[in-house]
Design a protein. Structure first.
Length: 129
């Protein structure tokens, strides 16, 4: 009877140790998987990128509404995975002959873009995602 009790206790301890290791490993695997999924989802987001040699202002309209945008130099806006109809209009405000380029990216790839070098030129894009 004593051998059976010692055997059962040993078996329970082994099961507890093995279960604990498995849970810990699954938890790590699940956290890693969640981080990878989050990273993959972010990679699929639509991004608006503005590259400019000078200052600019304009409007951005998508599913979250319309907002005024402005800046000097480069800027990026994360519009999420499904921004719907995107409309952007950007106007150069510094009267220089530098280039301004407006691009929409999906999954890291350029979907549509437009540039101008005209003094006080305007770039407009419309795209449905």
């Amino acid at each position: 009877m004593k051998k059976i009790s010692v055997g059962l206790i040993t078996l329970l301890i082994l099961i507890t140790l093995v279960s604990g290791c498995t849970i810990s490993n699954n938890s790590t695997a699940n956290n890693s998987s969640a981080q990878n999924n989050s990273s993959m989802q972010k990679d699929q987001n639509v991004m608006l990128k503005i590259n400019s040699d000078g200052s600019w202002n304009g409007t951005l309209t998508y599913k979250n509404g319309t907002q005024t945008i402005n800046g000097t130099g480069n800027a990026a806006y994360d519009l999420g995975q499904n921004p719907g109809n995107v409309s952007v209009s950007v106007h150069k405000t510094d009267n220089n002959s530098g280039t301004i380029t407006v691009q929409l990216f999906k999954g890291g790839n350029v979907t549509i873009y437009q540039s101008t070098t005209s003094n006080e030129g305007t770039v407009s894009l419309n795209y449905k995602f």
